[in-house]
Design a protein around this ligand. Sequence first.
Ligand code: 5GP
Ligand code: ZN
Length: 119
Amino acid sequence: MSSKDRDSNCIFCKIIAGEIPSQNVYKDNEVVAFKDINPSAPVHIMVVPVKHIVSLAAMTEKEMPIISKMTAAANKIARDFGLAEKGYRLVINSGPDGGQVVQHLHMHLLGGRVLKWEQ
Ligand code: 5GP
Ligand code: ZN
């Protein structure tokens, strides 16, 4: 990976590199997934691109196919965790008003309970 594909100060880049421990549940060449450290639901998984992309808002057109790969990985993980039938939620927070805290694109996979819509 080239140095611009990684940010040495980014917590998720460090997790992807194995420099910070995480409970990994999925990995391929472009997408990694691990359990959220502070889960909001019985299943709460972070699905992230290996490449450091700051946010949904910062994505280029060329980078957009990774969203589809993240979604495919999330669907597979949801099946693996037995969520497919009852349902689950995928969320991408972008920017301060969107509630984004970690500045590395990520999809929250939430399930295992009935989820309310929190505004
Ligand atoms: P955001 O609010 O940016 O959309 O979500 C960031 C998520 O990353 C939060 O749900 C938070 O609990 C999770 N998170 C932050 N730091 C760590 C960490 O070091 N390890 C793991 N596994 N999750 C983290
Ligand atoms: Zn990063």
